[in-house]
Design a protein around this ligand. Structure first.
Ligand code: HOZ
Length: 426
């Protein structure tokens, strides 16, 4: 493959954008090459500026569950464009989107739209603190909740990819109220509650961790979090920025049957436009200004393009219903089975529906410690081989692979063949 234009653009970008990218993982540092620059995408395919096409399993890190350029979403956005890009005033569409969210995720009786997942989680944590009048929160090693100061503590995603789970620039004072437990480890949560009696506002968790690679909750872990928060007067916050509308219309909370007090969304709920949303029980959400005393605001929150895209996406998913999610699950399983058969004991595959990760590790990956033990060099070799053969996956061991409704059986079979070829040639 020729990547001349991508190389030139990267050189140019590095002169005016830190690292040449607007989000660290995109720089491909973890996989030892320079990034490809994307020109366009359609359905399951993405095309770079040199004219190379790839089957896309990044799907913009999750939002494109219906594939790229879904006609109904694009038409809805075009239509909204003609009526004005932003008003900074309430619209019917915001109300319609909040109603759709509540219809799919009943625990989100009330919700607020913001412009990114980072904002959504930052705001949900503030609400939890304002509601409980407590300062401390518990998060988990390797879980990523956006880049707000207090949450860049033992964080996953790009922070982990860069081997910098704790960012410079975060004053120790800001982070001191963020307590860190081990994912899937009940004892670590219990001891934090015991050592900080009456001080913990919330436990914040990705119900399926997807930012240290995909790591599933052990049986009973989410139920345990539900119980321990209730017993201790703390709130349970599910960060469903990735799992929301991905594991089913009702997200991870429906998939696992555990109801949190607050939920954060992003990605799919904006149909590909910048978005975040947080919500929960009415009584809790009524602490938000102007109804209550927790302040949160945003000029572009609930803007007409995002709401149009979000409504179109959710309506499409609702129309597809169970059958659509079963098909996504089937495709995810096909890829997981392919990888398991191809690599045997050399690799572990973690999967929930259409969200999956391949770890080059001999033992099961169940938390941060086991995730970081995996062979990132082998992952880089695998990534590069796939990219060079037209398969676009995450350029980091610590991100997920996303399957969309637009992926065809032919895409999956081609992907499977390239994976088998990689193994044969290794
Ligand atoms: N941290 C994001 C995924 N978990 C990556 C976002 C991006 O680079 O676009």
């Amino acid at each position: 493959m020729n990547h001349t234009k991508s190389e030139q653009l990267f050189e140019r970008s590095k002169r005016c954008i830190p690292g040449g990218v607007n989000s660290p993982v995109r720089a491909y540092r973890a996989v030892g090459r320079n990034p490809v620059f994307i020109e366009r995408a359609c359905g399951s395919k993405i095309y770079d500026v040199d004219g190379n096409g790839y089957i896309d399993y990044v799907c913009s890190w999750g939002p494109c569950i219906l594939g790229h350029c879904d006609k109904e979403i694009i038409d809805a956005v075009k239509d909204a464009c003609d009526r004005g890009l932003t008003f900074g005033a309430p619209t019917e569409a915001e109300c319609a989107l909040a109603e759709l969210i509540r219809g799919c995720i009943p625990s989100m009786e009330m919700s607020r739209l913001v412009s990114s997942g980072t904002e959504a989680v930052m705001s949900a944590v503030r609400v939890a603190r304002g509601y409980t009048r407590r300062d401390k929160i518990i998060k988990f090693e390797g879980c990523y909740h956006g880049h707000s100061d207090g949450l860049l503590v033992k964080a996953g995603s790009g922070a982990l990819t860069q081997s910098a789970p704790d960012s410079a620039g975060v004053p120790a004072d800001y982070a001191k109220n963020t307590l860190v437990a081990r994912y899937n480890d009940e004892a670590s949560v219990r001891s934090l509650f015991e050592a900080n009696r009456g001080q913990i506002a919330a436990v914040l968790v990705e119900p399926v961790a997807a930012n240290m690679g995909v790591v599933l909750p052990k049986d009973g872990f989410l139920e345990f979090l539900r119980d321990v928060t209730k017993t201790n007067g703390a709130l349970l916050i599910f960060d469903e920025v990735i799992t929301g509308f991905r594991l089913g219309l009702g997200g991870a909370q429906e998939y696992f049957g555990v109801t949190p007090d607050l939920t954060t969304l992003g990605k799919i709920v904006g149909g590909g436009m910048p978005v975040g949303a947080y919500g929960g029980r009415k009584e809790i959400m009524e602490t938000v200004a102007p109804r209550g005393c927790v302040y949160q605001a945003g000029t572009l929150s609930g803007n007409p393009l995002t709401t149009a895209a979000g409504i179109a996406a959710i309506r499409r998913l609702c129309a597809g219903g169970k059958a659509l999610y079963q098909e996504l699950d089937r495709k995810g399983r096909y890829l997981a089975d392919t990888v398991k058969t191809a690599f045997g004991e050399k690799a572990q595959v973690n999967r929930a529906g259409s969200l999956l990760s391949v770890f080059f590790a001999a033992n099961p990956v169940t938390d941060y410690e086991t995730a970081v033990r995996s062979d990132t060099r082998e992952y880089a070799r695998y990534f590069n081989y796939l990219l060079d053969h037209g398969i676009y996956t995450a350029p980091s061991q610590f991100e997920a692979m996303f399957v969309s409704a637009a992926h065809t059986q032919e895409d999956l079979e081609k992907t499977a063949e390239i994976i088998r070829q990689f193994v044969r040639e290794s």
